[in-house]
Design a protein around this ligand. Structure first.
Ligand code: SF4
Length: 931
């Protein structure tokens, strides 16, 4: 496709700022409602999809979000002048909702009135962005000219348009890697002082944080005092203070625990960790922490740090490699836009930080992941960018911080294998604490799969032939050690030879053809064959299939034995190497300076966890064919998406993952709080604290945690209504789709639709999206639209007429206060999927009070409560919670907040109520909820 010609004009307003004219280039917009083209200087007209595809093939069109337009047109190869790419170039690290309306807001332009007005908006937005490049006030000018030269070489479609408008700087621009600041090495923090904070002090601090004149909330005051409990000095080793605090939505939990946390951090000089489950809450915490801490201390260091797993951050070495030829074509363009962003980013966080979530999806490939350090190939001090590395800076900042905001998994991983024992979390507030069980479940599990084992091979051996870029194996990373220490060199060589037993490129294809290579591929082939032979649940659906590890065929057991030997043969030289590295650090040679030592320490750390990983795999294999261990649940699994296989493996989970959690996280801690609006199950008799205590892991240490509860101040009885629609038959997809469409129409958008199966969600979406779009009601869906979940939520939040369909991640991760979310529709009662893992835990629960049925009920009630929690986020919110279920058991109704009216009715009646809004609803027929 030819690069677009520059045909842009601007003039200066009387303020000296560039005032933009629409960019006279043809523009294309496609939605579910139709397709529109606009000539360079002419009028907008509706057209057919075919005509739009032809136009785009002929001349580069202005468009927005090319993959989305491509999916609307059903033409995957579509490309053009994407406004989002231009935005990312002009305003790196700035937020923009990737819709025409969102772009208009970000640029201060008038919103388009309808779809037909979008092409003109695209021309205006392009004009405004190009005008910014001319403006003297362009804050992100530095680096733009140099990047543009590189992008022109890569034939970025915008390069030709922009070239006349981005002036060449008078002095050479600083290259990203010189521009970024270096972090400073600082002394280790001493251990925290033992301090006691009394309740009046906590209350005074809370008042200070909530601001003078803030409404005094009794629930919050009590919650805050209780939270102070976990910051007291510990009396006995391995006996942390544990608090389970349930605080209803709206009581102000965050400031409630930040009050004692900030006092404790100030007086003790220690660090409080607050892990959350969702990124939304991390953002909110960062915002709210500003009332307790300044942005920077007197010495410039940040007292509050957001800390994530290293796979979230940009690795500068990977970026440099990508910019210098490691990436080609479109991924190389992405790398240059990421480099622009990196120069302006607050912390280099690529996933949920200030890199727009939509940027990666514009490039369709796994480009973003390849720029992070996902494979643990960091060479630490051996890296030329070590002193500027975002990951290293964030780790150092966290070690000095008063408050570290993190996620559940990171805190668990850090506690289990943190590099530096001094920086392991000891005062922890798990917010969204109802997810701790799930986070522990995945953190403490083991999986020997094709994907995992090929990663290990690449880490040891390096990339296979034909791969571009800098990725190198162990031998190259430790070349200097090998040349100095013969035994270490031999160990590396032995490990590289032994690692040939691991799967290599093309393993999935070989498995499908039953032509595996090497002992691990043979094992995986046997796993795959057994799973296909035995699964009776999902074979027809095209999704993942699984089978238990009982009565395994002899050949699988035999293959497991051979694979275990091969793994042991890899682990042995790695262990030897770890020993040699330790000896080198202890008896340091002359050439080993501080940086070299840090690098070897880094290598020791990553070796240690690979050795643990291999040992866990060996343990997993050693049990196959033998008696089952009652502490664990093992199974075989083939992962598939639309019948396309992408992984095969053996899985092991703890029956109770809170057992390792108690050992690894609770035992060494001094104070741990779990808090959430839905920490306890609530059956007809009220909150079930004994179960919440069991689920916290505390009983494994024979601890009796303190419990606390504060009710939500929201008026659920007057602001919300639960509607159970009884006349949509289960499995009737046309009826289900019709119900969704009509409910969305009745509420004029603002619907969050929740599904338990992606397949049904896709079917519903396919049937109703066009119809709704024609009525001006945009519909988006997870797993359908080529947009990441965070961005989908931003789009939904931004447009009160939009609706969003999704699955699990949306049930708990969507925080959309106000009118944008006024109705939640669940497709059915959210029964747990009968997986092998679920079945085993259910069977274990059958022996306890209430039995297996109660186990399922708890899961369903928790899901209902979480989904209902999306509806009312503030005192002003109001709305309907609709469940499409002919047989909704009454015992599940206690999931909803006390006093919430519940009505069983037909779809017609429900539509009436939704259309009328909650406040005018006639609640006379509502069931009474337990009080
Ligand atoms: S220190 Fe490691 S993570 Fe950081 S830039 Fe270098 S290689 Fe990447």
């Amino acid at each position: 496709m030819a690069a677009a010609r520059s045909v842009y004009f601007s003039f200066l307003s009387h303020h000296g700022r560039a005032v933009s004219q629409p960019l006279p280039l043809p523009a294309l917009h496609a939605s579910h409602a139709g397709t529109w083209l606009r000539d360079a200087n002419g009028a907008t007209r509706g057209c057919s999809k075919g005509e739009a595809v032809m136009a785009a093939a002929d001349t580069p069109q202005l468009l927005m979000n090319a993959p989305l337009v491509a999916s609307r047109l059903g033409y995957p190869d579509l490309s053009g002048l994407d406004l989002l790419e231009l935005f990312a170039f002009v305003y790196p690290a700035r937020f923009c909702v990737p819709t025409p309306k969102g772009l208009a807001h970000a640029l201060g332009l008038e919103e388009p009135a309808d779809d037909a007005a979008v092409p003109l908006l695209l021309q205006r937005a392009a004009g405004a962005l190009v005008a910014t490049c001319e403006s003297n006030d362009w804050a992100e000018r530095e680096g733009a000219w140099s990047t543009l030269q590189s992008l022109a070489r890569l034939r970025w479609p915008w390069a030709g348009v922009l070239a006349p408008h981005v002036r060449r700087p008078e002095r050479a621009e600083k290259w990203l890697f010189t521009r970024l600041p270096e972090w400073e090495e600082t002394a280790e923090r001493p251990q925290p002082a033992q301090v006691l904070i009394d309740e009046p002090e906590i209350e005074a601090q809370l008042e200070r944080l909530t601001g003078e004149g803030a409404e005094r909330r009794e629930g919050q005051r009590l919650f805050s005092r209780d939270a102070g409990h976990v910051f007291g000095p510990r009396d006995r080793q391995k006996r942390p203070h544990v608090l389970l605090a349930q605080g209803g939505t709206g009581i102000g939990k965050t400031l409630g625990y930040l009050a004692p946390a900030s006092l404790w951090a100030e007086r003790s000089g220690g660090t409080v960790w607050v892990p959350t489950y969702t990124k939304n809450l991390q953002r909110q915490l960062r915002r709210e922490s500003r009332s307790a801490w300044p942005a920077a201390r007197a010495d410039g260091s940040p007292p509050v740090v957001v800390r994530k797993g290293r796979e979230n951050y940009l690795c500068l070495l990977n970026l440099e490699d990508a910019l210098q030829g490691g990436f080609a074509g479109r991924p190389a363009i992405l790398a240059h836009l990421v480099a622009r962003w990196a120069a302006y980013s607050q912390d280099g966080d690529m996933i949920g930080g200030d890199l727009p979530g939509w940027l990666g999806t514009l490039f369709r490939k796994r480009g973003i992941a390849a720029l992070t350090d996902q494979r643990g190939e960091c060479v630490y001090a051996g890296c030329p960018h070590y002193r500027k590395c975002f990951i290293e800076r964030s780790a150092r900042n966290a070690a000095q911080a008063d408050l570290v905001i993190a996620n559940h998994a990171l805190v668990m991983v850090n506690a289990a294998r943190g590099r530096d024992p001094a920086s392991r979390p000891t005062r922890i507030v798990f917010d969204e604490g109802h997810h701790v069980f799930d986070a522990a479940d995945s953190t403490f599990s083991a999986a020997l799969t094709g994907q995992e084992s090929i990663e290990l091979r690449r880490w040891i051996v390096g990339p296979e032939k034909n791969s571009r870029g800098r990725r190198r194996g162990l031998a190259a990373r430790l070349a200097d050690v090998a040349s100095y220490d013969d035994a270490g060199g031999e160990a590396v060589e032995d490990a590289v030879v032994a690692a040939q037993a691991l799967p290599s490129d093309g393993w999935l294809g070989r498995l499908a053809e039953n032509a595996p290579l090497g002992p691990l591929e043979h094992l995986l082939a046997a796993v795959r064959a057994t799973t296909f032979a035995r699964d009776e649940s999902g074979l027809e659906m095209g999704y993942g299939i699984e089978t238990e590890t009982a009565q395994l065929p002899g050949e699988l057991v035999e293959a497991a034995g051979t694979a275990a030997q091969a793994l042991a043969a890899i682990r042995t030289p790695l262990l030897k190497l770890a020993g040699r590295l330790e000896a080198i650090v202890e008896d340091a040679p002359d050439w080993l300076d501080g940086q070299g030592r840090a690098r070897i320490e880094g290598a020791r750390h990553s070796l240690a966890w690979r050795i643990d990983l291999i040992a866990a795999w060996e343990a997993l294999l050693s049990r196959l064919g033998g008696p089952a261990d009652p502490e664990f649940i093992d199974w075989l699994q083939v992962d598939r998406n639309d019948s396309r296989e992408f992984d095969v493996g053996i899985y092991r989970h703890w029956l109770d993952p809170m057992k390792p959690f108690a050992k690894v996280v609770l035992e060494p801690a001094h104070g741990v709080m779990l808090t959430s609006a839905t920490l306890t199950d609530r059956d007809e008799t009220g909150p079930d604290w004994p179960h919440a205590i069991t689920k916290s892991g505390a009983p494994h240490l024979e601890l009796a945690p303190k419990t606390a509860e504060a009710q939500s101040p929201f008026d659920y009885a007057g602001r919300a209504e639960v509607l159970i629609v009884t006349d949509i038959r289960k499995g009737d997809i046309p009826a289900l789709a019709g119900a969704y469409a009509r409910l969305i129409e009745a509420s004029d958008g603002g619907v969050l639709g929740l599904f338990t199966a992606i397949r049904r969600m896709r079917a519903v979406y396919g049937r109703i999206a066009d119809r709704l779009a024609r009525a001006g009601l945009p519909l988006y869906a997870q797993h359908v639209d080529p947009i990441d979940t965070g961005t989908l939520t931003d789009i939904f939040r931004d447009d009160p007429r939009a609706s969003l369909l999704g699955t699990d991640a949306l049930r708990d991760g969507v925080d959309v206060p106000g009118r944008s979310l006024r109705c939640v529709v669940m497709e059915s009662v959210p029964w747990p999927r009968p997986t092998i893992l679920h079945r085993a835990r259910r069977a274990a629960a059958a022996e306890q009070e209430g039995g297996a049925k109660r186990y399922d009920d708890r899961i369903i009630r928790a899901r209902l409560a979480q989904a209902f929690g999306r509806l009312i986020r503030t005192r002003e919110d109001a709305g309907h919670f609709v469940v499409l279920s002919p047989a909704f058991p009454s015992r599940l109704l206690s999931a909803f907040p006390e006093g919430t009216p519940v009505t069983r009715l037909t779809l017609e009646e429900a539509l009436q109520r939704v259309a009328n809004g909650v406040v005018s609803a006639d609640l006379s027929t509502a069931e009474t909820l337990p009080q």
